[in-house]
Design a protein around this ligand. Structure first.
Ligand code: GLC
Ligand code: CA
Length: 522
């Protein structure tokens, strides 16, 4: 029925593998665990799965610090488990996307272990090595997302190296052609195994050709307000003139696109990109120009403290202006990096706790009614709330550990899924302990229990997704009207050649309605 490519309208279920399902009683989710839950995902009615990193890694950033891109961390399984996973996913009619981290690797990757040894080894130029200033300081004022300078000292080279995230995540030097070729081989390795696409991590933080390492500028609009970000010096700077979003990154996106195009079956490249305040849409457009990434992941609905109705409208209106008629963007209300939407959105929308489930369903329906693809983070289909009672001694996220107690980091949205209320540990693991605590609050919304319960968000959302698949206006065209509606409504039409669907999201009644209208109806 649809003339669009699958990724132009896909609903993608995001799995954080460490917290999805444990199969071997070590308290850590794994690939076999995912296999055992594939039916639950397929029954929901999504089109694809994206799995956050499961590659070889010392887990300083829980997999976003890769020490071997072409093998699997034993905690998560092995390559033959992965082959099984891909086969079973395809058997259920779902596509499989994995998460490639091109900007940085682990400090334990053999590339970095070699590079850091001396100034004249075979990989000496694979990372960003810079001499100190005469006073011994790092070359410029760049800061790391996770706190502290973006530079760490290597005594053996008497030089600093660049890391936009943890010191354990050195940034690769994309100006080096050998680095690009190695990353190209990574793409081929996973495409050959049959994956349908990549979510490309933090692409805007790729660096190459950085010299002369200009300073970032102070953000003139920065004020020390109540937001968790305000407490972090990184967010006092503007990054797009020096540290991030440099034109050299497009060499990477073009190389990856050429490889994706060599394969049959519409392999999909979705880039996580961001920009300074006001620049994010331009960045998204630049990355998704012809010959580059197919789509970019839109951050505008992921705001840490939540959004009001008018802010949600603003975010959607910006996306319509930049992308209407195309499927080149992907929306998300939640992911493994921000507090869960079911909690985060209550107060900015003035909605009381008793309506939390209705609101979560409304947000899911809104997100999957927009143009382009959308990502549903594990547990969103259950309306799981954010877990804010994790003790300091149980916290795992390095970002949270650096900024506690002002900022709790990302553990709050990463606690393990629970599946059956009556099983120990909610059925996540047979061990007595999981890598992060399991939330008692989540037990009332255990996945398999909810899938059996008729009125659950899972089932209502599932019916919606199955209905959505049959609407030409949703899946055979990517056009939508301007937004309308009063202060507590978002109304728009999705339009195809054969159907106009009026989509109305009422945040007062906390209810979405969908109505077929004919041309000329207003
Ligand atoms: C992305 C990931 C995040 C990770 C960071 C560094 O933003 O979503 O989880 O920590 O990149 O790789
Ligand atoms: Ca396990």
């Amino acid at each position: 029925m649809s003339s669009l490519k699958w990724w132009e309208h896909a609903v993608i279920y995001q799995i954080y593998p460490r917290s999805f399902q444990d199969s071997n009683s070590d308290g850590i989710g794994d690939l076999n665990g995912i296999i055992s839950r594939l039916k639950y995902i397929a029954d929901l009615g999504v089109d694809a799965i994206w799995i956050s990193p499961f590659f070889m890694s010392p887990q300083h950033d829980f997999g976003y610090d890769v020490s071997n891109y072409c093998d699997i961390n034993p905690e998560y399984g092995n390559l033959s488990d992965f082959d099984q996973l891909i086969e079973k996913t395809h058997e259920l009619g779902l596509r499989l996307m994995i998460d490639i981290v091109p900007a940085h690797c682990s400090y334990l990757h053999p590339w970095f272990e070699e590079s850091r040894k001396s100034k004249d080894n075979s990989k000496s130029d694979w990372f960003h090595w810079v001499d100190p200033k005469p006073d011994g300081c790092p070359p410029n004022n760049w800061l790391s997302f996770f706190g502290g300078p973006a530079w760490s000292w290597e005594p053996r080279r008497q030089q600093y190296y660049l890391h936009n995230f943890l010191p354990e995540q050195p940034n690769l030097n994309h100006a080096n052609q050998e680095v690009q070729e190695e990353l190209n081989n990574v793409a081929r390795f996973w495409f050959d195994r049959g994956v349908d696409g990549f979510r490309l991590d933090a692409v805007h933080t790729i660096n190459g050709d950085c010299e002369p390492y200009k300073d970032n500028l102070a953000d003139p609009n920065f004020t020390l307000g109540p937001l968790p970000q305000d407490k972090q010096p990184f967010f006092r700077q503007l990054h797009d003139v020096a540290q991030l979003n440099q034109p050299v990154i497009q060499k990477f996106s073009e190389a990856y696109r050429r490889i994706a195009d060599e394969y049959e079956g519409d392999r999909f490249l979705m880039g996580e990109v961001n920009g300074d305040e006001g620049n994010a849409m331009t960045v998204s457009k630049t990355f998704s120009e012809p010959g580059r990434l197919h789509a970019t992941y839109n951050f505008d609905l992921l705001e840490w403290t939540g959004l009001s109705v008018s802010e949600i409208k603003g975010a959607i209106a910006n996306a319509i202006e930049a992308f209407n008629g195309s499927g080149r963007l992907c929306f998300a209300f939640s992911n493994h990096d921000v507090p869960r939407s079911a909690s985060r959105q209550l107060s900015p929308l003035g909605i009381t706790l008793d309506k939390q489930d209705d609101l979560q369903l409304l947000l899911l329906q809104l997100e999957t009614s927009l143009i382009g693809s959308s990502c549903i983070y594990q547990g969103e289909e259950l309306g799981l709330s954010d877990v804010t009672n994790i003790q300091f001694g149980e916290m795992k996220d390095p970002w949270g550990l650096n900024f506690y107690p002002e900022f709790l980091g990302r553990d709050t949205c990463r606690t393990p899924m629970v599946w059956e209320k009556n099983k120990p540990m909610g059925g996540f693991t047979l061990a007595n302990e999981a890598w992060l605590p399991i939330s008692e609050l989540h037990m009332e919304k255990a996945g398999l229990d909810m899938a059996k319960s008729e009125g659950s968000i899972y089932n209502k959302f599932s019916s919606f997704l199955k209905w959505r698949r049959k609407q030409p206006a949703m899946i055979s065209s990517n056009k939508m009207s301007e937004l309308s509606g009063g202060p507590s409504e978002i109304i728009f039409d999705r339009e195809s050649e054969t159907q106009i669907l009026r989509c109305k999201f009422d945040f007062g009644l906390v209810k979405a309605t969908f109505e077929e209208v004919t041309h000329g109806t207003s």
